[in-house]
Design a binder for this molecule. Structure first.
Ligand code: HEC
Ligand code: HEC
Ligand code: HEC
Ligand code: HEC
Ligand code: HEC
Length: 336
């Protein structure tokens, strides 16, 4: 796989989804507990040996669907229909990525092993071929051998740590990382880690004293309404007797990436006094998806929209396992 060259930091800073933005601006509300059957946190996370010294990181990870990739009731349920469920396990209970070529789909662990409980565990990304720990720093310590690895250089992370599992259409999943690769998102300074793991500065192990720049392991997810809303830039403009409401996908891949997810966005045109002039709805799902870098447009009839008119947006998100759709967007747009 071709790896994109590093981008100058100055260029990254110009982009909305910059990786160099302050941690405060980037860190959104922590993901909400799922409004469905999955637990808010993987129980037993303290059994991982890493938790003893990396408690913060491990607890963050324990709240992700990576941690739940095996125990996930939606996954376990979907295995029942499969003749060859073992063909599903590669990405849900993987062996370390270092066991395959960079960017390839990992091998699967033995599902009978107690260790399956931990889904996509620390070893998946961090365990090297010779038992060394791969990381971004390569700082010597007494607990384990650490190596500064190619895969952890920011410009390699997407290709070497994420895309191998996220680029395949399988089960209900759409391999959205293909969009990211085909449209050369890295040239725009975008990366999977840059958007999905918020930057932090902290000491990274028990009794460590050096404050390091790292990342939260709590993946930012579309189950967090504020994060989902950032998938688009929203605009409303006049076009003759119409008002066009535009949704530009700035997420680096199509939206959504899972069969069964639906975004229903209602738009209402109001005059300066708040009287409703027109209404419309945009539904986004895996068939009518928002293409990467594309703009979806909703047309409102607006022959009589005078100065001061506004568009009110309200968006609901439904996903497999949700009991009810969740509000993710409430916003007023000025007309341009
Ligand atoms: C190439 C890697 C890969 C393989 C192999 C794989 N999956 Fe997945 N699976 C994923 C990814 C990535 C996600 C997360 C997608 C998302 O959240 O958008 C996922 C999520 C899921 C989910 C959860 C969906 C939800 O509602 O949250 C189910 C169910 C699932 N997979 C079923 C399967 C089944 C069944 C198979 C075997 C036919 C399978 N997977 C094989 C990568 C894989
Ligand atoms: C006995 C304590 C201890 C245990 C157990 C432990 N670590 Fe560490 N780890 C450390 C210390 C100390 C550092 C160095 C901290 C520093 O230099 O700021 C470190 C550093 C790291 C780093 C950064 C490596 C780099 O690039 O320098 C990673 C990644 C890491 N550990 C992962 C793990 C994983 C995964 C496990 C479980 C398999 C684990 N650690 C178990 C104490 C531990
Ligand atoms: C070993 C395969 C694998 C690797 C490597 C991997 N993922 Fe995933 N990822 C999955 C699977 C499987 C799921 C869904 C699990 C489920 O829902 O049961 C998932 C889910 C996700 C989600 C959805 C989270 C949510 O809560 O809805 C995001 C975001 C994500 N991964 C980002 C990343 C990023 C960023 C990287 C690289 C740092 C990465 N993944 C590496 C397999 C992988
Ligand atoms: C899907 C891949 C993935 C998994 C799974 C994963 N990490 Fe990481 N980890 C990363 C990435 C990417 C970074 C580097 C972030 C950066 O660029 O600073 C990282 C960095 C770290 C660091 C260095 C500190 C920091 O914030 O950068 C430690 C320590 C660490 N991980 C421990 C763990 C432990 C412990 C687990 C399991 C509980 C774990 N990781 C699971 C991808 C992963
Ligand atoms: C520019 C920021 C950005 C980049 C780059 C980015 N994402 Fe996302 N990602 C988002 C946003 C925002 C969402 C929520 C929109 C949605 O639900 O599809 C999202 C959603 C997701 C989901 C959930 C999709 C679903 O339908 O369940 C997965 C999985 C994911 N991203 C993985 C990745 C991977 C892997 C990469 C790198 C190949 C990546 N993302 C790159 C911002 C980004």
């Amino acid at each position: 796989m071709q790896l994109a060259p590093a981008l100058p930091l100055a260029l990254l800073g110009l982009l909305g989804w910059s990786q160099t933005e302050g941690a405060q601006a980037w860190k959104l509300a922590p993901p909400k507990p799922l409004p469905d059957a999955r637990p808010a946190e993987l129980e037993r996370w303290k059994e991982l040996s890493c938790a003893e010294c990396h408690e913060d990181v491990t607890r963050e990870w324990a709240r992700t669907t990576h941690a739940m990739a095996w125990i996930d009731p939606l996954y376990q349920e979907s295995l029942k229909e499969k003749k060859k469920p073992e063909s599903c396990h590669n990405c849900h209970i993987p062996e370390p990525l270092s066991h395959v070529e960079p960017g390839a789909k990992p091998k699967s662990r033995d599902p009978q092993h107690n260790w399956s409980h931990f889904g996509i565990d620390c070893n998946t990304c961090h365990l090297g071929k010779e038992g060394e720990i791969l990381g971004p720093f390569g700082a010597p310590n007494e607990a384990h051998r650490s190596v500064a690895a190619e895969a952890f250089r920011p410009e390699n992370q997407s290709a070497m740590l994420c895309i191998g599992c996220h680029a395949t259409n399988i089960g209900p999943v759409i391999g959205i990382a293909r969009d990211f690769v085909e449209t050369e998102q890295e040239k725009k300074g975008r990366s999977c880690v840059g958007c999905h793991m918020a930057p932090l500065e902290r000491t990274i192990a028990k009794d460590a004293t050096t404050v390091r720049k790292g990342r939260s392991h709590e993946l930012q997810t579309p189950r967090d309404p504020a994060f989902l809303a950032r998938a688009f830039e929203y605009r409303a403009r006049r076009d003759g007797a119409k008002v066009l409401v535009e949704f530009e996908n700035v997420s680096g891949h199509r939206v959504p990436g899972l069969i069964g997810r639906v975004l229903d966005i209602d738009a209402e045109l109001l005059d300066a006094q708040g009287v409703s002039l027109a209404k419309g709805r945009l539904s986004i799902d895996h068939k009518q998806f928002a293409p990467v870098d594309g703009v979806l447009t909703l047309e409102l009839e607006a022959a009589n929209a005078a100065a001061g008119a506004k568009v009110l947006l309200k968006g609901l998100h439904d996903a497999p396992g949700y009991e009810t759709p969740q509000l993710f967007l409430e916003r007023t747009l000025e007309l341009h």
